[in-house]
Design a protein. Sequence first.
Length: 571
Amino acid sequence: MVNFNPQFSKIGDILVHENKLTSGQLEEALKIHYNTTEKIGHILVNKGYISEIDLVKAYAMQLGHKYVGEDEIIKTNEDVVSLIPEAFARENCLIAIGKTDMSIIIAMEDPEDLMVIDSIKNITQLKPEVVLAGKSIIIKSIENLYGKVNKSSQIQDAISNINVIDEEITSDELDLVSEDVSAEDAPFVKLVNLILNEAIKEDSSDIHIEPGKDEVNVRIRIDGVLLKIMSPPISSLSGIVARIKILSKLNIAEHRLPQDGRMKIKTKEREIDVRVSILPTVHGEKVVLRLLGSGNKTLTLTNLGFPENKLKIFRRWINKPYGMVIISGPTGSGKSTTLYAALQEIHSEGINITTVEDPVEYQLPGINQVQMHDEIGLNFSASLRSILRQDPDVLLIGEIRDEETAGIAVKFAMTGHLVFSTVHANDAPSTIMRLLDLGIPPFLLGSSLNLIMAQRLVRTIDKDAKEEYTPNHNELNLVDLDEKDISGKTLYRGIKNQSNHNTGYKGRTAIHEIIEVDSDMKQLIYNNANQNDIYKQAVEKGMISLRQAGINKLLSGETTIEEVLRATVEG
């Protein structure tokens, strides 16, 4: 048998030898090649016979060069990438991925372009060593890595003039209170602005500034998951924290106690209210900023992920003249957004809607919204006692968190008012237990409740970058499914890329668990039934658990097993 040597073979023959292509497909492509002079490799890729990776690997074998994939390129240090100017890299479809004292490793689509290789040598004063990569992979890597380079240079510019600030220095010496920013404070101003701009650009909900031993980790929450965006040196921490304290009118001299404040950011498109929380840790003060958009979202029930049957139930109860509608879930599960959408739906000139919130997350036209200020005694209970004299028809209480607020909410609902509120609880049945635990008598709670809805948010697969996917037996077992459950259904998973932050997800949708408090459910509450009895009764009446609601989103191709497991527990 004759040994096959790819370096003396044509591309088509190499692909056939590697079982990536059939002889018939090669012959068909060759006919097109002879008639059009288009490159044989491009023809094979365009017709879908092979992938771009198959072609580049074959090309690497033919030329004796090493092939590199996206996983290897993406790990490249920004310092190496920046050795080649971005404009030159884009124009010639190449990227630097490694360096030694004498040479630079370049990933290229065309390793035979001697003029470009010569230019690289002149630019870097290093000997180019060429490896092969696919064109689309190089383009994607240029977007990703040069984006990091540009961001790193901005951070470096901001911190280049930062001096280490002594922990013992007094606030007077910092001179940060003045409206005019001094030269030594300007880098901190620039760095904080950079962090805020990045978070707003990515439409994130939170910013975490976390001190470590040697650096500060800055992460932003996108679609409910934290992503790291930068790591300034630990020497910049005190300046960053001081700048944020100034903006939110906190005590910059206090480093030992937690502090809470707020500030407002104006952009061309919108105003953003920011809640600030500062917590002392062993390495310094940790800062969390919660970004609350103002008037930037269209709030309607139809775009919140409700299935048609659940939307019909929810609409029926929010249009009742009195009673309580409670939404439960952890922080960041979209409770307030759903309630705002409900208020928008029922709002009309004929009814007076008042809200009592801490904080006011969205400003709604035509609705009276009251912002809590605990420091001057304007809390939920104080506000609610006054609001009854304001003749409200519908009342939204931001959160029921104590017995007094719960008692006032029940009295409102029992005296001809429709009350919306939220409670921190794990699911719909445990919400009833939580309200009873707050001290509401069972006979009052049963009489006042209309509907309880537990809610979670799951990330949705990026619609512009997804692929069909069949989970294996073990993955299906995790959500109590088997092969017959997914028969005839198309499941998807996201393709990780720069536009979806290498997660494969873009956006979120809500899943819901609804209990309608009908006469049978009221009787259970009157009898002080336990949580298991309430759950069984709700399921008999048609309640779909949060886990099952997540599985339904999975089977409709909107999300993944991973997300269902992250957001729900087994029912």
